[in-house]
Design a protein around this ligand. Sequence first.
Ligand code: ZN
Length: 306
Amino acid sequence: MAHAVLQSSSLSCSSSMDRSRTLVKASDIFGSQLRSPEIEQTHLRFLDSFKRNPTIRLKALRESPGLAQEIIDDKAKIAEVTKKAPYHFKELKHRFLGFKKDKYLKDLEHYQRLSEAQAPKFMVIACADSRVCPSSILGFQPGEAFVVRNVANLVPPHENGPSETNAALEFAVNSLEVENILVIGHSCCGGIKALMSLEDDADSSSFIRSWVTVGKPARFKTKNAASNLNFDQQCRHCEKESVNRSLLNLLTYPWIEERVIRGKLAIHGGYYDFIDCTFEKWTLDYKGSGLLSSAEYSIKNREFWA
Ligand SMILES: [Zn+2]
């Protein structure tokens, strides 16, 4: 599995860390210990070929005594994953049938209207982090929000070219004509931690590293404004700063800026702190001068929900 050289080994908000040496796997950022199906398949094929060709098997075992134990361990892990998978889907099936019974069938007319068209009022950009599900924390029901989730809830500027995030934005703004775009940041964001850990001269072979460089202006601003804070505190600062940078990046799309100026579209920032379970919300007060800098926007309607 590919490794990304990041500077922290934990998602804990309060952890101190050796930022110069620690290697962090991509899986650590999201806390998943499961292997991908492709990797499991590779292991299965590998084990299968061993069964078919005992000569290779014996040779390999002779040359690498540790391999036998590794194979046994792998078999146990595969068996465990295989055993758990049906249980996970059994649970999902139960939940789906519950949704159908308690929601869909009880409001059939609404869901049939939705099957013909959607008219969400919100476009939401949230982190891919499993703890930050906008529908769960803000109660969006089917049809209410067009959602795209990516690592660190970043909006790349127009000049960066196509990405799945701006493809979703284009559809939401130009076709669905949403009235609000809400970018939601969150506490303990592994993507922001990766951004804050970037070394300027490091290679960008990691997909995570390449993606989070979108947030470099927020990182730069954080390093300048919060240089007296420790690394974890700087990450908290950057989690909000990067939301504001994303709000400004939204305005680099002419079709977004035009609708904001005409009052057809409002741009909001949000910050979900899942340690204290609080939510902060604010709205970009755009003056529309055509030039983008922090001096040309201000924030209005700031609210703190606790
Ligand atoms: Zn995140």
